[in-house]
Design a protein around this ligand. Sequence first.
Ligand SMILES: NC(=O)c1ccc[n+]([C@@H]2O[C@H](COP(=O)([O-])OP(=O)(O)OC[C@H]3O[C@@H](n4cnc5c(N)ncnc54)[C@H](O)[C@@H]3O)[C@@H](O)[C@H]2O)c1
Ligand SMILES: CC(=O)N[C@@H]1[C@@H](OP(=O)(O)OP(=O)(O)OC[C@H]2O[C@@H](n3ccc(=O)[nH]c3=O)[C@H](O)[C@@H]2O)O[C@H](CO)[C@@H](O)[C@@H]1O
Length: 474
Amino acid sequence: MDCSLSEYFKKRGSIKTIGVIGMGYVGIPAAALFARSFDKVYGFQRDSSSSGYKIDLLNSGKNPLKGEEPGLDDLIRETTDKSKFECTADFSKISLCDAVTIDIQTPFLNPGDLIPDFSALEEGIRQAGRYLTKGSLIVLESTITPGTTAIWAKKILEEESGFIAGEDFGLAHAPERVMVGRLLRNIQEHDRIVGGIDDASTKRAMELYGPVLTSGNLIPMTATAAEVTKTAENTVRDLQIAAANQLALYCEAMGINFYDVRRGIDSLKGDGITRAILLPGAGVGGHCLTKDTYHLERGVKIADEQSVDFPEGVESLYVTARHINDFMPRHMFHLLKKGLNRSVKDMKGAKVALLGWSFLANTDDARNTPAEPFYQLCKDAGAEIRVHDPWVTGWPGIDIRQDLESVLSGVDAVVVFTAHRMYYQLDSEKIRKLSGSNSCVIVDGRNIIDPDTYIRNGFVYLGIGRGDKNSHPL
Ligand SMILES: NC(=O)c1ccc[n+]([C@@H]2O[C@H](COP(=O)([O-])OP(=O)(O)OC[C@H]3O[C@@H](n4cnc5c(N)ncnc54)[C@H](O)[C@@H]3O)[C@@H](O)[C@H]2O)c1
Ligand SMILES: CC(=O)N[C@@H]1[C@@H](OP(=O)(O)OP(=O)(O)OC[C@H]2O[C@@H](n3ccc(=O)[nH]c3=O)[C@H](O)[C@@H]2O)O[C@H](CO)[C@@H](O)[C@@H]1O
């Protein structure tokens, strides 16, 4: 009788060589941190036209990620210099690894039909299955539909390897809870959810993640519970943001200042009471909050259990929240239209400066940026729209400039979409001169400018949640 999985792990000894499949926002910092704590890390990256360049870049000690990532440049240089971190497209080296993590993108083709595009992930899992060895551990870190690890991934790995998960190799899910701009810090400081398909896999996965944690704790559970934790934590966050967005829309309609109401609500504290209201904004972007709700919804739909007991004909609260957040770029367009009407200008032919393309302040990550639907609405309405972003240097079909003055000169309207640090320094007098207009419109999607300063300088001001200012006297 072959030995049990725990015995395989024991015979193999402690984890020394690790493979990380997918050199992206998640895989690169994860691999670099593993390389600091373990003997050797192989970063597996397919040699694709869009990302193959990362292999040589990383092997030369350079960080392919733009934007501010404290500590990552040095850590990549340090670990590659010591040959502890090597990037490759040769997946056969997976056979040298004691543990392999998979950090491949998991977008939705079309959220409406809840069908994720797991094609890239499947290719990566098949590569892992092809070369994994007895007594190794496979960990899915990608954000996936609940049920994926223990059913779909397990089946593929067993098909490709001829081994049995839970007997010949370990299998777990350990979701990444990182945010661009704080990748290294999040991996080390956030508590780490670790969910194996069985106890032996969970324990082995804890051996893998323990050494990279500084203040974070390990939180063991089953693989499916780990998948639900990850998708639900982002679903709930998206719901909280939608609650703030809806309240902001109400405050605008009622002519009051959302931030007065927020301060008032926050004042109710103590005795375990919490009513934390997040911030309304021009929209919710990113790779995670825009899709994890649909992973959770799909998970409950495909679960073997009987269908969920839920009120008849009522849409999921979580999907409704997604619709509210996805509406915010259109609301920004409505505010712009209102402002141009007040300054007696047509949207058609209006020159509009869009400030901020990335979905998050001070990063270059523009995936699912809410600025894109807004941009399209303006274009479709005949406006001439110019985009500025200090971090995002390129985007398919969009001319993104880094020279703010050239974007602002001669404009009829300025629209703030991202709270980049430099936009807090915007000078109303300078913008008025650059625009050459005595009634330039300014729409603040991130509450970063002072309305009264701009109104005093002759601007037509509108801001999200600012019902007290959006119809100010001209
Ligand atoms: N970006 C974040 O801040 C973040 C945060 C939390 C969770 N996540 C999740 O982590 C996962 C990865 O996200 P990401 O942002 O790192 O994606 P990414 O697109 O930045 O990186 C994915 C990398 O995997 C590579 N890849 C794709 N298929 C491959 C294959 N078959 N073999 C080898 N490499 C392959 C791609 O070329 C790319 O370099 C996703 O599921 C995402 O939801 C991301
Ligand atoms: C890449 C990513 O997304 N990773 C996630 C991220 O989650 P996060 O919640 O930290 O990301 P947010 O900061 O929410 O940004 C999302 C969008 O929401 C808008 N927003 C935010 C707050 C608010 O009050 N009003 C808003 O409108 C904001 O502009 C932005 O477009 O990091 C976690 C680890 O920290 C990860 O685990 C998690 O996968």
